[in-house]
Design a protein around this ligand. Structure first.
Ligand SMILES: [Zn+2]
Length: 312
């Protein structure tokens, strides 16, 4: 299977957009969304003669092997491996000896480097598309970079800040100026439940809103019907939340989340949320629940977040 889902070159100069999907192999919605998006970009100039695209865009599958096997990962979670020192080691190794996630990371970076060398952009943007094992939430994960937060708002989904403080080695930790050598802004989008057919539409909408937010397309260009889905879905969700707690699950086989929890569900201190090693796991505080773990791979049991009052 080809890692590259599609490429598009605009008529005008502009930044390089890298959109990744299926960094977790069991999250196919982003791949379908990008496949459709590239088809939409191809037909847009035909139906809309005024259409202009600034720069270039490439869509990539993150973990090709896990995606083929419909698993979150083969050996290790790719989205916890993006540590600078580790990645640098992978870049120095002979590619032919790398296996599984190590090979995937190296091959993603080679694909991105090829595009950077070919297009020589002033600016790189990364949008990383995901879905969750729990229901009830779409959201953006922003870095502390103000542009990342600003773009997240324009995607029209709740913005999670502070998530990256509790975990490490995500694409958002790695894709920055220091590591890429050019101005880089990164953001992640979670499009709802893995199996929800609407997750595909939400990923399309998020990608198009992202393209508008960074100025590579104009306001009404390309499909904007999907944006309605995001706005409707986000209507009753908080604008900005801050992460205040993460429960770490070392051995996933001993983890059992109580059924029925949804993203952004209100929880109270002392509420029994799960069982781990046969013991009750209770909420340490009041708050909103985020990403309760309902799949057999992964180490984040759940997060507790609180709404941030913001004028952003
Ligand atoms: Zn994911």
């Amino acid at each position: 299977m080809n890692r590259i889902i599609g490429k598009y070159k605009g008529s005008e100069p502009g930044p390089l957009l890298v959109i990744t999907a299926a960094m977790h192999g069991n999250e196919p919605a982003g791949v379908k969304a990008l496949d459709l998006l590239f088809k939409m970009l191809e037909v847009e100039p035909i139906t809309n003669p005024d259409f202009k695209y600034n720069g270039e865009i490439i869509g990539l599958i993150g973990n090709v092997k896990a995606y083929t096997e419909k698993k979150r990962f083969v050996q290790k979670d790719i989205n916890r491996c993006w540590h600078r020192d580790y990645v640098n080691k992978l870049l120095q190794k002979d590619k032919s000896i790398l296996q599984n996630e190590d090979f995937e990371i190296r091959d993603i970076l080679d694909s991105v480097s090829d595009e950077i060398n070919r297009t020589n952009p002033d600016k790189l943007y990364l949008l990383d598309l995901h879905t969750t094992s729990s229901d009830g939430g779409i959201f953006c994960i922003a870095t502390r970079d103000s542009e990342s937060i600003d773009i997240a708002h324009k995607i029209h989904a709740p913005v999670i800040v502070g998530l990256l403080d509790g975990i490490s080695g995500t694409t958002l930790h790695y894709f920055n100026r220091e590591n890429k050598g050019i101005e880089t802004t990164a953001i992640a989008f979670e499009g709802g439940h893995h199996d929800d057919p609407l997750a595909v539409n939400r990923c399309i909408a998020a990608t198009i809103n992202f393209m508008r937010a960074v100025g590579v397309i104009n306001g009404d260009d390309v499909e904007n019907r999907h944006d309605y889905i995001l706005k409707e879905y986000s209507k009753n969700l908080p604008d900005v939340v801050n992460v205040k707690y993460r429960y770490h699950v070392e051995d996933n086989s001993r983890w059992q989340m109580k059924p029925g929890y949804r993203n952004f569900q209100k929880i109270s201190a002392g509420e029994i949320l799960a069982k781990y090693n046969g013991e009750n796991v209770m909420a340490v505080s009041d708050g909103l629940l985020l990403m309760p773990l309902y799949q057999s791979q992964g180490h984040d049991g759940f997060f507790i977040v609180e709404e941030v009052k913001s004028d952003l």
